[in-house]
Design a binder for this molecule. Structure first.
Ligand code: GDP
Ligand code: MG
Length: 497
């Protein structure tokens, strides 16, 4: 096997998504410049993919092949009497200053290809196969390098995937990859590397390492996402504010405080997830994600928000009052006798160091606990599960808006589809639809445990700050993360089918 870095030239007609492919493979939303305008990429730009910390593959983004028809004509005219073959013609072209000036974009791309081990030929699969494509493929063939056609935009309804495959087979290209740079599918990415490997025996080891590494990274990403969500869920579930009466001003202020704390905590989770998945909150916001002023556009506590997730908020929502909060009031429903007896018993428990003695004591004395109610908790979790699922299906080339919630399910992909509209009059209908997640009983049962441990919440202002160190809390977080990971795995399966 060869130990050298595998050099890959990303080539294709302008605007087919070459730079987008780089971004998605690199998991780098900032690589190069992606635009609907032609010829934005004017110089070759390189980036390295690593596996296990070792640089494995170097990708070169190249300027678009804009005038392959003209270039092919030019090269044919240089054939002369002597029977030069295609490769000679390409070399002659690259040695010819004048011709290079005329076809400067093409010259840069072809020079890079000759200096690479393999080409990824990016195709906008919504295009019909046209003369320019035929000529591009002819010229690429002359470069005498293996070529893997990469069909982009395959997640759109307008993709002519079958027609492209048929044409590519006619020109003897059978190792064809389908890879939508915006709607990410890890299996498509794997297949892309496998197709390259079939043509590159010499670099099989590097490609295998890369395939393995990506799978490992993916698992780690899923696990880390599930842990972030589990931590959020425990924090919110455990958080409680105790007030002396349910009805006075202070109670209302405490509820506002609770709402505020939960919102801020949810936003922290969103920010952490975006960073973990290498999407910048700044980027997405600028593109119109519903993260207005750094938080989700939908009000977590509004009855509409709860309803949109199919969660019944109960009577509190019906009256429109105190939605999202349970007034867990322990009224003097206890008879005096039992109250006194309970008080004595609790006193004993407290003396014995029983952790919840204080809270039970407060209840007996008519104090009130304010906390996020179950419906809100469900919504909070459901939204984050959907967000993670959407991030896992999002290519780093995506300029789309991730919309979560009821109406959002209808039409994602509108923005990046603008190009589609003008080109083919077909609306892009990408596969990014978020799948409605259900918060299973396992999760809610586990979370119920957190409810009796206010000290497990980092939201408590008087918190020691060492919440995460509690082994019992950590165990709960781990088990919740397992449950979320299972749910996410299921939702990935649903999205694929
Ligand atoms: N919906 C969608 N848009 C894409 C996809 N790939 C690229 N684009 C968009 O197509 C345009 C051209 O992409 P770009 O990567 O700059 O193409 P390049 O000229 O080949 O580098 C940009 O507006 C991209 O956002 C895709 O798979 N789906
Ligand atoms: Mg480009």
């Amino acid at each position: 096997m060869s130990e050298a870095l595998l050099k890959v030239a990303v080539v294709g007609h302008t605007n087919t998504g070459k730079t987008s492919l780089m971004r998605t493979l690199m998991r780098d939303v900032e690589f190069g410049e992606v635009s609907d305008h032609p010829a934005v990429t004017r110089a070759v730009e390189a980036a390295v993919l690593s596996a296990g910390g070792h640089a494995t593959l170097r990708l070169y983004d190249t300027p678009g092949l804009e005038d392959s028809i003209g270039l092919l004509e030019h090269m044919e005219s240089c054939r002369g009497d002597r029977r030069k073959d295609g490769h000679d013609l390409v070399r002659a072209f690259l040695d010819d200053d004048e011709a290079r000036g005329r076809f400067s974009q093409e010259a840069k791309a072809l020079r890079q290809l000759l200096d690479s081990d393999v080409a990824l030929y990016v195709v906008d699969a919504r295009d019909r196969v046209m003369a320019k494509h035929r000529d591009e493929l002819e010229i690429l063939g002359w470069c005498a390098r293996p070529v893997v056609p990469v069909l982009n935009f395959t997640a759109t309804d307008a993709a002519n995937t079958a027609a492209w495959r048929e044409h590519l087979a006619r020109v003897n290209m059978h190792a064809v990859a389908e890879f939508d740079t915006v709607v990410f599918d890890e299996r498509d990415e794997r297949r892309l590397f496998e197709k390259m490997r079939t043509l590159l025996d010499t670099h099989a080891a590097q490609l295998d390492a890369l395939i393995d590494d990506r799978q490992t990274q993916r698992r780690a990403l899923l696990r880390a996402s599930a842990l972030l969500l589990a931590d959020l869920a425990v924090d919110v579930s455990a958080h409680v504010i105790t007030v002396s009466s349910a009805m006075d001003e202070r109670a209302r202020a405490a509820m506002d405080e609770l709402r505020g704390a939960v919102r801020v905590r949810e936003q922290r989770c969103v920010d952490d997830l975006l960073a973990l998945h290498r999407f910048r909150s700044g980027d997405v916001e600028a593109e119109g994600l519903p993260l207005a002023e750094g938080r989700w556009g939908m009000d977590l506590f509004s009855p509409e928000a709860l309803k949109s997730f199919g969660i019944r908020a109960g009577s509190a929502a019906a009256t429109g009052a105190m939605v999202g909060l349970t007034l867990d009031v322990m009224l003097a429903g206890l008879s005096l006798g039992t109250g006194a007896a309970a008080g004595a018993a609790i006193g004993g428990l407290m003396a014995a160091g029983y952790a919840h003695g204080r809270r039970l004591f407060d209840r007996i004395r008519g104090r009130t606990e304010l906390r996020c109610n179950e419906a809100t908790l469900r919504l909070l979790v459901a939204r984050q599960v959907e967000l993670i699922a959407a991030l896992l299906r999002r290519g780093h080339a995506s300029l789309d808006v991730i919309r979560l919630g009821a109406e959002a399910n209808a039409k994602p992909g509108e923005k990046a589809g603008a190009k589609t509209d003008t080109k083919t009059n077909t609306k892009t209908n990408t596969k990014t639809n978020t799948t409605r997640s259900t918060v299973g009983r396992t999760v809610m049962t586990l979370l119920a445990r957190a409810r009796i441990h206010p000290s497990w919440s980092s939201l408590a202002s008087s918190g020691s700050g060492a919440v995460a160190d509690d082994p019992a809390r950590q165990e709960l977080v781990d088990r919740l993360a397992d449950a979320f990971a299972t749910e996410l795995g299921r939702s990935a399966g649903r999205a694929a089918s």
